[in-house]
Design a protein around this ligand. Structure first.
Ligand code: MN
Length: 499
């Protein structure tokens, strides 16, 4: 049996988080607003209305392009793409067909695989139709929300890589701060083109397109389904039909919608109402410089410091990565944390005084196991403690002043608005969670416990070889110290004394 190699190319529409729309001055953020309440005469395409380009969309497009290692084209312009549908009052979409603003680049997946970007262009979104039994309603709030459409090269060869590419794109756009990244509300939508070719063949097979997927999981499932379906078609000696297919999330299947014969002629023509965009090298440079650290930078920074699986979870949260990045630099104005990994140097050059690696690892673990498990985590994410507080917490933990349970408790209190600014140490003191580490003092407590007649039997039992009574004795020390003794130190001293 012939083996087939799948080839996948992906187009992704990203809604940009500008304050106003691409060609008018109405609110671009229609979340929670009435249908058709964020619409200007320009969006309604009333006669005589003229579009005016939103400069902020240009700035965000530059940043988005740089996030994907793309060239930014100094010269670009808009075209009209004609189609007739109730979601578009103008009767055409304003897009960039011939000269897009973003040129070639690439996205590197967590696995190291690179997917080339063919180009990305700016365009306005369409409105939204909601279909009922006998009628449909149109909401024009989304008309001319700025979009960038990112077109990949056909460099993807598995459903998993298709999933990873979409997820990485989402991260890049969120880290770059160009979109709200709300997939559920369609802030990013993926169109997948899948084809199969016999192994070794230089020619690509006939492709199908599945449009408007809005989750990484549905991208992966739809690609898996298309690979299986097309394999069956080819093995039966038939030809794959070039067509657009719809995805049904409930059944996990794609179904034929529109074949190539019915493909539209969009009659592209230059948009006469908007001047071309000409960007100076200086402007491009200034905007590019605003790009913060990207997931790939953080992967290099924390290699060997934070385990991969923990890091990949955290990379879904730009704010957490930013905080870890700041911790890596050391808390500002505070000397408690020694300079950590310098720049992007390999982890072997880590300065170990103050155990910054331990600090980063501890905070990364608290972020994944405590913060993200919290019911209020979404709220907490926008109210992160200062690096100084986190470093102080890690320091107390490192010095065994706080048990792991106490560390978690103080960590959560750092998010409490009423505790804000009080400092990890003060909070720990107020809650009486600081462990007694003064070995001299602890020894005195142990002596007092051992002098008590009620511990005599346990002491004798331990000396007779009964290990488990040690737990009882440690418990007595904890009680005597009002919970402040460090249990492992107490155990150590008890062993020494009973030896
Ligand atoms: Mn498009």
């Amino acid at each position: 049996m012939k083996k087939y190699v799948p080839t996948i190319g992906i187009e992704c529409h990203v809604q940009l988080c500008t304050k106003t729309k691409l060609f008018s001055e109405v609110d671009n953020d229609a979340r929670g607003k009435e249908p058709n309440s964020c619409v200007s005469p320009v969006d309604y395409a009333l006669p005589g209305m003229l579009p005016r380009l939103n400069g902020e969309a240009i700035r965000l497009a530059i940043r988005a392009g740089r996030a994907m290692n793309c060239e930014i084209n100094a010269h670009s312009r808009f075209d009209r793409k004609h189609y007739f549908y109730p979601d578009s009052p103008k009767g055409y979409q304003i897009t960039q067909f011939y000269e897009p603003i973003i040129g070639a680049g690439y996205v590197e997946l967590p696995s190291g695989t690179k997917v080339r970007i063919e180009h990305a262009h700016l365009e306005g979104d369409a409105g939204k139709l909601t279909h009922f039994d006998t009628y449909s309603l149109v909401d024009l709030n989304r008309v001319d929300t700025p979009l960038i459409e990112i077109v990949s090269c056909p460099d993807i060869h598995s459903a998993k890589d298709a999933h990873d590419y979409c997820k990485e794109l989402w991260r890049l756009m969120c880290f770059a701060g160009v979109t709200y990244g709300d997939l559920y509300n369609g802030n990013m939508r993926f169109d997948i083109n899948t084809s199969l070719a016999p192994e070794g063949s230089k020619k690509l097979g006939t492709r199908t397109e599945v449009k408007n997927l809005n989750s990484f999981r549905s991208v992966e499932r739809a690609v898996e389904y298309e690979i299986k379906r097309q394999t069956k078609v080819l093995e039966a000696g038939e030809k794959v039909k070039q067509e657009t297919r719809g995805w049904n999330d409930a059944t996990g299947e794609t179904t034929g919608q529109r074949s190539k014969e019915e493909a539209k002629d969009y009659r592209y023509m230059p948009e006469p109402d908007l001047p071309p965009i000409n960007l100076s090298a200086e402007f491009i440079e200034t905007e590019s410089a605003k790009l913060p650290l990207m997931p790939t930078d953080y992967r290099k920074m924390f290699k060997g410091v934070i385990p991969n699986d923990t890091l990949e979870v955290l990379l879904d949260y730009p704010l957490l990565m930013e905080k870890l990045g700041q911790l890596e630099q050391g808390p500002s104005g505070d000397g408690s944390l020694a300079p950590v990994v310098t720049g992007l140097a390999p982890s072997s050059s880590v300065v170990t005084s103050g155990s910054p690696r331990k600090t980063l690892l501890l905070i990364a673990n608290l972020f994944t196991s405590v913060l993200l498990a919290e019911e209020k985590s979404a709220e907490y994410l926008n109210n992160l403690p200062s690096t100084k507080d986190l470093a102080e917490l890690a320091e107390m933990n490192g010095k065994k002043e706080l048990s792991s349970t106490a560390t978690k408790e103080v960590f959560l209190r750092l998010f409490d608005p009423q505790m804000k600014g009080r400092g990890a140490k003060n909070i720990a003191k107020e809650l009486g969670l600081i462990q007694e580490n003064d070995l001299g003092a602890l020894e005195k407590i142990v002596d007092a416990v051992l002098a008590k007649p009620e511990t005599a039997k346990a002491q004798a039992d331990f000396k007779a070889g009964q290990e488990k009574v040690l737990g009882f004795l440690v418990g007595q020390v904890m009680k005597e110290s009002h919970g402040k003794a460090n249990p492992s130190s107490a155990q150590e001293i008890l062993r020494k004394k009973l030896a």
